[in-house]
Design a protein around this ligand. Structure first.
Ligand code: ADP
Ligand code: GLC
Length: 503
């Protein structure tokens, strides 16, 4: 197979800019694809929060992007994804990107997101033309990149880059990029595209919908989520589009950066450890207890949480059951997150009420996130919806059995603990209720205290699973080839969905 030219276009790329797991995925999969011999490049906006130092190179030629009246001028900065030779381009534009946040400031979504990301979509394609590097496939990620397939099917269709196939990955269908019709004018999209089977939803432009209708193929980040989004209850108003495109939709479970998340070599935690020798994990637990003001005691089971504070993540369920759990069970919680103000308040109140039992850090802190993964005995993720979820994968790798609600990628990646055989990698519960969550925490707690051997087995099973990109990277190559063949008008059959890691 000849190497493919693959362009990743993404609003977030770890470690440069991260809001959630989308950044982790785009920061790691390209490296695995490059290691398989493909020519992969990644492009992202140059937000004010990205530190551009002497190791970066500015391209001499300014980037004239054909949007708005006249053109908008940007500049391209270039470096590589850390630990690889994968070119990473950042598109600078003071007016649009010289602000720290990606999507929203303190007062809500940036009101010019439609213009910012239209510019970014067209700019990414202009950059390829400028580089004389025409990708075989453009891999788009979520609503901010939804105009790319649309542009390639309309204004750019008859240009060399118009031959490129597109694969559009849904990381989270909940956020769709609703905006006014001005976005189409700004992006020079023909007004005829403002229709239900292209860009229009409820009288507005929906950037996610544009991506879903116009991309050559669609993927999402787990096989179960691929099914859920075709249903009314899981489709966020776009289920009819996904049913319409069902033959072009594939679920591929996310992998992880297996070197970046490896307790045996992780230099950010106080002590490294392996499945054979977990003594370093106890050191991490003590340090976590100390840092979050918990009672330093190796014997009390410590439950970790790292999450965006959002109802999608079911943190309201946790907030609701925490008082009863902390009163009734000998447990501790370490909670890291930020987001929804009401949820933040609920957790602050609980932390004030249970000093020494509930340690809380409100904010984004990558180092503390690693310490929580390493130092906790269980990881709690009661998501109402979860396209894939990465934190439960990191938890298993760090010997921290997850407690998850059975939804989306959590169904596909966590194997239910079976008491009679000690099989499994974690605990799953069905109902999105505080009671179901509390009961499952109780079950985990009892396992920890009463069946230490079984608990140890759970830890070891999770640590032994292979969550690296391996099979999923191959599935993406299959998806790209499928898209490329379709774009060329060749007959091609759909690859199989990526095998899930759970039963
Ligand atoms: P989502 O993308 O829906 O937020 P994922 O589980 O896919 O959920 O990925 C979340 C990523 O963001 C993980 O890498 C997790 O460690 C990280 N993360 C989430 N909240 C925080 C936080 N407050 N501080 C540091 N890292 C965080
Ligand atoms: C989204 C989803 C999460 C997924 C991540 C990476 O943020 O909410 O479930 O793991 O994207 O694909």
């Amino acid at each position: 197979m000849p190497p493919l030219k693959i362009l990743f276009v993404s609003p977030e790329v770890d470690p440069f800019v991260k809001v959630g797991g989308l950044a982790d995925m785009v920061g790691s999969l390209p490296k695995d694809l490059a290691a398989m011999g493909h020519d992969v490049r990644v492009v992202c906006p140059a937000y004010g929060s990205i530190k551009i130092d002497d190791s970066w190179r500015a391209r001499d030629e300014p980037l004239g992007v054909d949007v708005g009246v006249g053109a908008h001028w940007g500049r391209t900065w270039e470096t590589v994804l850390p630990g690889s030779n994968v070119p990473f381009y950042c598109i600078e534009h003071g007016q649009f990107f010289d602000r720290p946040e990606v999507y929203a400031g303190p007062w809500g979504d940036h009101p010019d997101n439609d213009l910012r990301f239209s510019f970014f979509c067209r700019g990414s394609l202009t950059l390829c033309q400028q580089l004389g590097w025409i990708p075989d496939v453009v891999h788009c990620h979520d609503w901010t990149t939804g105009f790319i397939p649309l542009m390639l099917n309309t204004v750019l269709r008859d240009t060399p880059i118009g031959q490129a196939a597109t694969v559009f990955t849904i990381h989270n269908l909940e956020h769709q990029g609703y905006c006014d019709q001005r976005a189409l004018d700004f992006a020079h999209i023909p007004v005829a595209e403002f229709r239900d089977d292209s860009t229009e939803s409820h009288g507005k432009v929906n950037m996610m919908k544009a991506g879903l209708y116009h991309s050559t193929k669609i993927t999402t980040v787990s096989p179960t989520y691929a099914e859920e989004i075709k249903t009314e209850s899981g489709g966020f108003g776009l289920d009819h589009v996904l049913r319409f495109r069902a033959a072009d939709l594939l679920g591929i479970v996310n992998g992880i950066d297996a070197d970046g998340w490896n307790p045996a070599i992780d230099q950010t935690i106080p002590a490294t450890y392996t499945a054979e020798d977990l003594s370093g994990k106890a050191v991490c637990k003590a340090e976590l207890q100390k840092q979050l003001g918990l009672e330093i005691n190796p014997d009390i089971p410590l439950f970790g949480v790292i999450s965006r504070f959002a109802t999608q993540k079911g943190l309201d369920l946790l907030a609701e059951c925490l008082p009863k759990v902390l009163e009734g069970m000998k447990v501790q919680f370490a909670v890291l997150g930020s987001g929804d103000g009401e949820l933040e308040t609920l957790f602050r109140q609980a932390a004030a009420r249970f000093p020494g039992k509930l340690g809380l850090h409100v904010g984004f802190n990558a180092k503390l996130a690693k310490l929580i993964q390493a130092g906790s005995d269980f990881f709690v993720m009661p998501s109402r919806a979860e396209p894939c979820g990465l934190t439960q994968l990191y938890a298993m790798r760090y010997g921290t059995p997850p407690i998850v609600r059975a939804t989306g990628g959590l169904i596909d990646t966590v194997e239910q603990y079976i008491e009679s055989t000690s099989e499994g990698t974690g605990f799953k519960f069905e109902d999105a209720t505080a009671l179901a969550l509390a009961n499952t925490i109780g079950w985990a707690c009892a396992t920890y205290y009463d069946h230490p051997q079984a608990y140890r087995q759970l830890q070891l099973h999770g640590m032994a699973r292979d969550f690296s990109w391996g099979a999923s990277a191959k599935s993406y190559i299959d998806a790209y080839q499928w898209a490329i063949a379709t774009r060329r008008g060749e007959v091609s059959t759909a690859p199989a969905p990526s095998s899930s890691t759970a039963e």
